[in-house]
Design a binder for this molecule. Structure first.
Ligand code: CS2
Length: 504
C-alpha cells in the first residue's frame, strides 16, 4: 500500500510548474530574467493601479534600473479594482512575463521589479501604511483618465462624483485615488515625514498638473491648511508614457506557457516600442530611469501633446469607426480599405499642425511610425477596449486640437467625423441587429441622451454638445463645428459608415 503524499502545489493541472523565484533556473536560456538579487531589493515606489500597461512600462524600465545595481527602488503594486492581480502574482513571487511581439519575433522577459501586490478592497490601512513609510519616495499612478475623478472639460475635481463624496465624508478610509493620496500625505505630514512625489503615468493632458489640481482641491476640502501644504510642498511631475499594451488574452497566456515551459497566471503582451518622458522634479530622489532610456526633461508638454493627439487621437478615431463597422482589432482596422486613409488625412490635415515642435522629432515621421505600430497583427488590441471612456478621452485627444484649429482661423476636416462616429457609437447598436457595450463612467447619461435624441442628426448633436463635462462651451457654440458634426452624423446614419468613408 502506498503512503499518500501531499499534492505538489507548485504544479498546475497540466503538470507544468508555476513561474516563481524557485523555478527561474528552469527557464530556457533565451528568456530574459532579473539580472540582480531580488532578495536584496527594497521598495521605494508604491504604484496605484496595477494593470497591464504599468507592468509593460514602469515595471520594465524600473527592472532595468535595478539591474544596474540600484537596490532601493523596488515597487509595491496596489490593485484598486479587484484582488485578481494579487491572487495571480503572489504565488509566483510577483514575477511576471513581458512578451513583446512584432514581425514574427517574440521576446520573453521575466520582470522582477514588483516586490509585492496589495489591494484596497478590504480597506485602505495596509496601503496607507506603505505610502507612509519614509522609504516610499514616489507614488506612481496608472488608473486611466477616469481614476482622477475630474470634470473632463475643465480638469477640475468633480465634487459631485459619488466616490469623492464618500471619501470626503470619510477621509480616513479613502477609496478613490485623490482620497488615498491626500490621506497618506496628511499622515506623513503629521509624522514629520517629507511628502512623496506623485507621478501620474496616465494619458491626460499635463497629467502632473491635473493630479496636482485634483489632489490639492480634495485636500483643501478636507482641511484648508492641508490643501495649502499639498500645493506648496508636493511635487507632481508631468510625464508622457507610451507603449501599446492590450489586456492579456487567453491565447497570450498559452503562447507564454509555450515559451517558458512554466505557467504564468497573468503575463503581459506588448509591442517592443516604448517611450517615457519625465519632468525631472523629484525632491526625494528617483531611480535613474534614464539608464533604461527614459528622457528626463524640463518640459514634457510638446512630447505629451504629440503622443495624445497623434497616437491616442488616431486610436479613438479608428476605434469608433471600427466598432461601427464591426472590425475587432486595430490591426484589422489598418487592413481596412478606408480607415488608414482617414487616419492619414486626420494627421495631415488636422492634428500635426497643432503639435508644438518636439525636440529631435519630425512629427510627420512620427505619424508614419504610428502606422507601422498600429499594423502589428501580433498585438490583438481590441477596438472595443479603446472605445471605452470616450467622455474622458475625446477632450485631450480630439476636441482640444479642434478648438486650437478654429482659434488659428482654420476648420478641422476629420475631427468632426471622429466625434460623429462616437455619437453613433453611443447608440450601442448598428440598426441591423449588431450591438455592443458602451463602457464609460458617464455611460448611462450619454447612452440615454443618444437614444432619446436619435430622431435627427441635429437633435443628437445638440443633446450631446450640451454635456458641458465633455464639450467646452466655446467649441459647442461654434456653428461650423456643429454643422460639420451634424453633417457627418447624417451621412453615417443615412449612407452607412462604409459609404461615408469610401466617399471621403
Ligand atoms: C489607447 C491607449 O486604450 C486607449 O485609449 O489609446 O491605451 C494607448 O494604447 C496607449 O496610450 C499607448 O501608449
Amino acid at each position: 500500500m502506498s503512503t499518500p503524499t501531499a499534492p505538489d502545489r507548485s504544479k498546475t493541472a497540466d503538470g507544468l510548474k508555476r513561474l516563481s523565484t524557485a523555478t527561474l533556473s528552469h527557464l530556457p536560456a533565451a528568456v530574459g530574467r532579473p539580472a540582480y538579487d531580488r532578495a536584496s531589493v527594497t521598495p521605494g515606489i508604491v504604484h496605484l493601479g496595477i494593470g497591464a500597461f504599468c507592468r509593460a512600462h514602469l515595471g520594465a524600465f524600473t527592472d532595468e534600473v535595478l539591474a544596474t545595481g540600484a537596490k532601493d527602488w523596488g515597487i509595491v503594486g496596489v490593485d484598486l479594482l479587484a484582488p485578481d492581480m494579487r491572487a495571480a502574482l503572489k504565488p509566483q513571487d510577483c514575477l511576471y512575463t513581458l512578451m513583446s511581439r512584432i514581425d514574427g519575433v517574440d521576446r520573453l522577459r521575466i520582470i522582477g521589479s514588483f516586490l509585492d501586490v496589495v489591494t484596497t478592497l478590504d480597506g485602505a490601512d495596509e496601503v496607507l501604511a506603505l505610502m507612509c513609510r519614509p522609504e516610499t519616495r514616489i507614488v506612481t499612478i496608472t488608473v486611466t483618465e477616469k481614476g482622477y475623478c475630474q470634470d473632463a472639460a475643465t480638469g477640475r475635481l468633480d465634487e459631485t462624483h459619488a466616490g469623492i463624496r464618500a471619501d470626503l465624508a470619510n477621509p480616513r478610509a479613502p477609496k478613490t485615488v485623490p482620497g488615498l493620496i491626500t490621506e497618506a500625505l496628511r499622515l506623513r505630514r503629521a509624522a514629520g515625514i517629507a511628502p512623496f512625489t506623485v507621478l501620474s503615468c496616465d494619458n491626460l493632458a499635463q497629467n502632473g498638473r491635473t493630479a496636482r489640481r485634483i489632489v490639492t482641491r480634495f485636500a483643501e476640502l478636507v482641511d484648508a491648511d492641508l490643501g495649502r501644504f499639498v500645493e506648496s510642498e508636493v511635487s507632481f511631475p508631468c510625464t508622457m508614457v507610451d507603449r501599446i499594451t492590450p489586456a492579456t488574452k487567453d491565447a497570450d497566456k498559452a503562447a507564454v506557457v509555450a515559451g517558458l515551459g512554466l505557467v504564468d497566471a497573468w503575463p503581459v503582451v506588448t509591442e517592443p516600442f516604448r517611450q517615457w518622458v519625465i519632468e525631472d522634479r523629484f525632491p526625494l530622489g528617483r531611480p535613474a530611469w534614464e539608464a533604461a532610456g527614459a528622457i528626463l526633461t524640463d518640459d514634457v508638454h510638446p512630447f505629451e501633446t504629440m503622443k495624445l493627439r497623434c497616437l491616442n487621437g488616431a486610436h479613438s478615431t479608428l476605434a469608433y469607426l471600427s466598432v461601427l463597422l464591426g472590425i475587432e482589432t486595430v490591426a484589422g482596422a489598418m487592413a481596412d480599405p478606408d480607415i488608414p486613409r482617414i487616419l492619414r488625412r486626420l494627421w495631415d490635415e488636422d492634428i500635426v499642425a497643432t503639435v508644438p515642435p518636439v525636440p529631435g522629432t519630425d512629427i510627420t515621421a512620427y505619424t508614419h511610425d504610428l502606422e507601422h505600430r498600429f499594423v502589428n497583427p501580433e498585438i490583438r488590441h481590441l477596438t472595443l477596449q479603446i472605445s471605452s471612456d470616450g467622455s474622458q478621452k475625446l477632450g485631450p485627444r480630439l476636441l482640444e486640437p479642434a478648438g486650437e484649429i478654429f482659434a488659428h482661423g482654420g476648420r478641422p476636416q476629420l475631427i468632426p467625423l471622429a466625434v460623429a462616429a462616437w455619437m453613433r457609437f453611443l447608440l450601442g447598436a448598428d440598426g441591423s441587429g449588431r450591438t455592443w457595450t458602451v463602457a464609460d463612467p458617464m455611460a448611462a447619461r450619454l447612452t440615454g441622451l443618444a437614444q432619446a435624441n436619435a430622431t435627427t442628426p441635429a437633435a443628437l448633436v445638440d443633446a450631446l454638445f450640451a454635456v458641458r463635462e465633455i464639450f467646452p462651451a466655446e467649441l459647442a457654440g461654434n456653428d461650423a463645428f456643429r454643422a460639420d458634426v451634424v453633417g457627418f452624423v447624417g451621412r453615417l446614419t443615412e449612407d452607412g459608415v462604409r459609404k461615408t468613408l469610401a466617399g471621403l
